[in-house]
Design a protein around this ligand. Sequence first.
Ligand code: AHM
Ligand code: MG
Length: 330
Amino acid sequence: MEKELVNLTRFTLEEQRKHPEATGDFTLILQQIGFAAKIISKEVNKAGLVRILGKTDTFNYHGEQQQKLDVYANEILINSLEYTGKICGMASEEVDDIIPIPSIYSKGKYLVVFDPIDGSSNIDVNISIGTIFGIYKRKSSASGNITQKDFLNRGKDIVAAGYIIYGSSTMFVYTTGNGVNGFTLDPSVGEFLLSHPNLRIPEYGNIYSVNEANSPYWDDKINQYIDFLKKYSERKYTLRYIGSLVSDFHRNLLKGGVFLYPADINRPNGKLRLVYEVNPMAFIMRQVGGMATDGKQDILEILPESLHQTTPLIMGSEFEVKKYLEFVNN
Ligand code: AHM
Ligand code: MG
């Protein structure tokens, strides 16, 4: 008999049944993100062929020119989630303010944050990109309107986080805080099938991932750490950097190692955005047995002050992250 196939729908339902108090709200949200991911994946695959390739003439909050695919993926995610009745608002890298639920739909208790297409400067050159998402439970009273403050939560309060990688295959990787599971899209049936159950990151690896062109602007201690990896460690390290967070994260998760986007003179608070990029990835990283820090504290302990704030990020296998902390804090 053929090996039992578990699709994302079955997996999320079975997870829900393990929690008799669960209402199913959450399961529906995850399934809808899975649905959006399939649509985005289809568009990503044909981005080289059709009108969607290229830039728009609009700019996002960070002053970056938006790609058409960014805008498209953002709309797909909003459309897939806003009518469910299970969420009370969203926040996206591509939208300056929070995204309310239109009054024609009922609201629920969850908040969803996302980066619809991360690594979008790679779209035009056919390099893997991704979607990142995080789900929180609303803390303020359900009767009032949601505000930006509702989205300023510590990463440790996340109730689910995940990413979709549009690579040589499309994968959906997520956690609800009970381990991390990966699903690969079978395009012939249009389903995400469980392919990577219970993912764990190796305790150490031999990969470091960083934009080393920024090294002249780093603190000396960071340069000393990278020098240690290159010249003095017993392990033979190799550099792998795609410049697409989801792809760099996914590779390091499977192989072990460290990813860094530290502060530098030009970016004293790093580049990556805390609320919808870094927190979900840091939450997943902790779930697979790795670590994520800004160099001073655990990423998941940071209380965000604004929706689009950035943070330095060092994350990966325990050995390499602890070694980083030894270098910068001594
Ligand atoms: P984006 O959200 O505008 O695509 O930018 C985020 C990306 C990350 O995917 C990646 O880790 C980083 O920017 C790469 O930055 P750099 O080109 O400075 O190395
Ligand atoms: Mg991004």
